[in-house]
Write a protein that binds this ligand. Sequence first.
Ligand code: GLU
Length: 451
Amino acid sequence: MKDSKDTLEALRAEIERRNPAQPEFHQAVREVLETLAPVFAARPEYADPAVALVERLTEPERQIVFRVPWQDDRGRVHVNRGFRVEFNSALGPYKGGLRFHPSVDIGVVKFLGFEQIFKNALTGLGIGGGKGGSDFDPRGRSDAEVMRFCQSFMTELHRHIGEHTDVPAGDIGVGGREIGYLFGQYRRITNRWEAGVLTGKGAGWGGSAIRPQATGYGSVLFAAEMLKVRGESLDGLSAVVSGSGNVALYTIEKLQQLGANPLTCSDSHGYVVDDKGIDLALLKQVKEVERGRVSEYAQRRGTSARYVQGGRVWDVPADVAFPSATQNELDGQDARTLIASGVKAVSEGANMPTTPQAVRLLQQAGVAFGPGKAANAGGVAVSALEMSQNAARIAWSAERVEEELARIMGAIHAVAYETAERYGAPGDYVTGANIAGFERVADAMLAQGVI
Ligand code: GLU
C-alpha cells in the first residue's frame, strides 16, 4: 500500500511539472489519484510501470486549440480561442460538453475532460471522455452575434467531430440556442444530416425528451439514493441550491416534485432566498425567457424573497445542499457553515464545485457527499440515450427516458456505494466513484494495448 501511494505521489508531481499553470487540472488529477491507492495495491497490473497506464490516462489523446474570429453587430471583429480536448476514447467516442465562458482556458477544459472520462464510464453507456469550449462571453450578446460566433466556432470544429468520433453537447453558456446554431453550421458544411454529432438538440429535430432536465433531475435522484441508504427521504426537507442555469432550474423542479422545499438560487452577482420556496415558473421566465439576473426574480416575487448581493448561498440553513453553478464554489468555510446548520447530504450538480478541503470536512462530519462524477452524470447519460435514439432514427417518450434516467442513477449510486465498501471506505462515494470509473476505463485500455 505504501509503495503504491509513493508511486502515485511521484506520478502526480510529474503530471504537475509537465502541465504548468493548470490548477484546475492538477486539482482534478490529484483528487482521483488520492483515491486510487487501494485499487493499485489490490490490482498490481494497473500499477505496472511498464504499461504506464496512469501516464496515458492523464495525457489527452488529442488537444485542439483554434482561432475563432467573429463580427459583432457593429461590424467589429473579435478573436476568441476555441478548444476541444479529446481525452480518452477507450470506451466509446469522445463525449462531453462545450463551455462558453471568459474563464475557459486549456487547463479548465482539461480538468473538465478528465472528470468526464470517469463520469461517462460510470454511466455504463459506452462513451469516452472529452470537453471543449471557448473564452467567448455570451452574456449581453445579441442572438445574431451568438449565431455568428457559433458558426465560426463550428467552421473549425466540424473537421474534428462526428457521430462515431466525438460528440459535443452543452455546458455553461451553451444551451439549446447554441446547439441549434452549431448543428446548423455542421449540417451546412458537411452536407450531412448527422443527428448523432451533437446532443442537446431541439425536441423536433433529433433531441431527446428530458435532456434539458437530466442533469438536475439526476443530481436530485442521486441525493435521494444516498438518503435512502440512511433510511431517510427528501420529502419535507429544505434545500439550498446554487446557480440558476439549466442544472439549478431542474434541480429545483425535481426537488419540488419529490416534496422538498428549495429555498435559494444564485448567479455570479449574488443569491436569492425565498422563504416560501422558489417560484419555479417565475424563475424560468427570468432566466430562460428573459436571460436576466436572479435579482430580477427577487424584485418581482414580493415579500417572501430577498436578494443578497455578493453573499454566500451556503449561509442559508437547509437540510440538503446542491452546488449547481461552477467549480470551487463551496469552500472549507462554507462546508463548516453547512455542517453547523445540520446539512445531511450534498450532491454536486456542477463539475468539481466543492474544494478538496470542503469535501474532507463534509465527509468527516458524516454528511452524505455525492461527487459530480456520479451525481451529475444524468446529463451525459441522457445525451448517450439521445445518441441511441438518433442511431435508430426514433424518439422515445419522456416517460421512457425518465425511467431510464432513474435506473441509471440508481445503478451509478449502487456501483459507487459497493465499490467504496469493497475497498474499505464505506459511505465514501468519492472513492467509490473514482475507483469504479477508473476500473472500467483501465480494463479497456489494458485490453486494447499501447495506444
Ligand atoms: N456538460 C455536461 C457534463 O458536464 C453534459 C455533457 C454531455 O451531455 O455530453 O456532463
